[in-house]
Design a protein around this ligand. Structure first.
Ligand code: PLP
Length: 394
C-alpha cells in the first residue's frame, strides 16, 4: 500500500528523539529543574544580533511580494554571489556564484549532493562515529554506506580510509568540527586525505568526491578549521546556518561545488536536477537574504566554551574518560561499561539523559550535548558524582 522502505524509516525509533520525548514527559512529572536533558543538538545561545537587525531591515525596506516570493530555484542571485564572495575572501578559493545552491540546511545539502552524485553500485565512505542520518541519506540516494573508523582522538585514520575507499567509492563524507566527537581536522590531515583521494581517483579512473558537511564550522574553541576545498579539487561543501547562527528551525544552508571539480558544470547541473527532483528548490527566501548579511558570524561561542569546560572538568574529576572537544557542542564520553545503552539507563535513574553511541556507528560511548543552559549543567553535577560512585570511579 505504501513504500515499505519509507514506512520502515518513519516507524523506526530515533533514539535521540525518544530520549528527548522521555525528558519532556519526565519534566512534567517531577519538574523541569530536576531533569538534565543532554540529548538534542538544538543551539542554546541566541542568534547574533545581526540576524534580527537584518530581518527587521528587510521587512521594513523590501516590498512584501519581492521579499516573500519565489527566488530562482538555486537561490536569489545576489545571495549566491554573496556566499561565493565570502568563500573567495575567507578561504582563498576561486568560488563563483555558478557553483552555489541555496538549501534548507545541511540535511537538504547532503541529500541533494548524494542524489546528484549517486549512480548504481556507488559507495560513500563515512568516518565513524558519525551523524546517524548519513546512512539514511546515502541509502535513500541508492548508495551503500561504507565505514572507516576514526583513529586517535577521533581524528582521521588514513589506513582505515585507505582500506575503505575502493573502486566503487563515489564520495567520502567528512564532518569537522565533528558531531558527536568535537574533533576538528588539521591541515595535515586534510592534505593527507587529499593525496589519498587523488590516488584513489586515479586508480578508479573517475573522481572520488569529498563531501564536507560543515554545520559547525564557526563553532570552535581556538582550533583552526581548514577549508577542505582549498586542499582537494573535487570537493563539495554542504553548509548550514542551523548551528552557527542558531537558526536550526528556519532551515537554511547552501551547497558549494568547487569550480576545480572535474566537470564542475555537470556536477552543478546534477545538483540543480537533484534539488528539483527532491522538491528542494527556492530555499526560504527571507532567510536567504538574512544569511547573506551574516556570513561567517556566529552566536556567542564563549557560552558553549564555558559549558564545555564545566562539564569536562566535572566528568574528568568524576573519573569518566573523555577527549576534550575542539569544536561543536558535544562531549563524547567513554561508557564505564561495555554496553552504552545500559549505562544510559543507569544515568537515567539519576535524571541524566545521555545518548548511547550505537546510533553513531560505534559502541561503548555516550554523547552529551552541552548546548544547554549553564544552570542545567550546574544542577547536574551531583547526579554525575552519584553515577560515578555507583561505578566505583570516585
Ligand atoms: N550534519 C551534522 C553533522 C549535524 O549534526 C546535523 C544536525 O544536527 C546536520 C547535518 C543537519 O543539519 P540541519 O539542521 O542544518 O539540516
Amino acid at each position: 500500500m505504501v513504500n515499505e522502505r519509507s514506512k520502515a524509516l518513519g516507524e523506526a525509533r530515533s533514539v535521540i528523539r525518544e530520549i528527548f520525548e522521555y525528558g519532556n514527559a519526565r519534566k512534567k512529572e517531577i519538574g523541569a529543574e530536576k531533569v538534565f536533558d543532554f540529548s538534542l543538538g538544538n543551539p542554546g545561545v541566541p542568534a547574533p544580533k545581526e540576524v534580527n537587525e537584518e530581518i527587521v531591515r528587510l521587512v521594513g525596506s523590501m516590498p512584501s511580494l519581492a521579499l516573500h516570493g519565489y527566488t530562482s530555484a538555486a537561490g536569489a542571485p545576489e545571495v549566491r554571489e554573496a556566499v561565493a564572495g565570502y568563500i573567495r575572501t575567507a578561504f582563498g578559493v576561486p568560488m563563483s556564484a555558478d557553483g552555489v545552491y541555496m538549501t534548507c540546511g545541511a540535511a537538504a545539502s547532503l541529500t541533494i549532493t548524494l542524489n546528484a552524485l549517486c549512480e548504481e553500485g556507488d559507495e560513500f565512505v563515512v568516518v565513524t562515529p558519525c551523524f546517524p542520518e548519513y546512512t539514511v541519506f546515502i541509502e535513500s540516494a541508492g548508495g551503500k554506506a561504507v565505514t572507516a573508523a576514526a583513529g586517535e582522538g577521533f581524528h582521521l585514520d588514513m589506513a582505515a580510509l585507505d582500506a575503505a575507499v575502493g573502486v566503487h567509492t563515489k564520495g567520502v563524507i567528512i564532518n569537522s568540527p565533528n558531531n558527536p566527537t568535537g574533533a576538528v581536522y588539521t591541515r595535515q590531515e586534510l592534505a593527507a586525505l587529499a593525496a589519498l583521494l587523488e590516488k584513489k581517483s586515479a586508480q578508479r579512473g573517475a573522481p572520488v568526491f569529498l563531501i564536507a558537511d560543515e554545520p559547525y564550522r564557526e563553532l570552535t574553541y581556538g582550533a583552526e578549521v581548514p577549508y577542505p576545498m582549498a586542499f582537494y579539487r573535487n570537493t563539495i561543501v554542504c553548509y548550514s546556518f542551523s548551528k552557527s547562527l542558531s537558526l536550526a528551525g528556519e532551515r537554511i544552508g547552501y551547497i558549494a561545488v568547487s569550480p576545480r571539480c572535474t566537470a564542475a558544470e555537470q556536477v552543478f547541473a546534477a545538483v540543480c536536477g537533484a534539488g528539483r527532483a527532491l522538491g528542494f528548490v527556492c530555499a526560504p527566501a527571507l532567510f536567504q537574504r538574512v544569511v547573506a548579511k551574516c556570513l561567517g558570524k556566529s552566536g556567542d561561542i564563549g557560552e558553549y566554551r564555558k559549558n564545555r569546560d564545566l562539564l569536562l572538568n566535572t566528568l574528568t574529576r568524576c573519573g569518566f574518560a573523555c577527549v576534550p572537544p575542539e569544536g561543536a557542542f558535544y562531549l563524547f564520553v567513554k561508557s564505564p561499561e561495555a554496553d552504552a545503552a545500559a549505562f544510559c539507563e543507569r544515568a537515567k535513574a539519576h535524571e541524566l539523559l545521555l545518548v548511547p553511541s550505537d546510533g553513531f556507528g560505534v559502541k561503548g560511548y555516550v554523547r552529551i550535548s552541552y548546548c544547554v543552559e549553564r544552570a542545567v549543567i550546574e544542577r547536574s553535577v551531583p547526579a554525575f558524582e552519584a553515577l560515578a560512585k555507583e561505578y566505583g570511579l570516585i
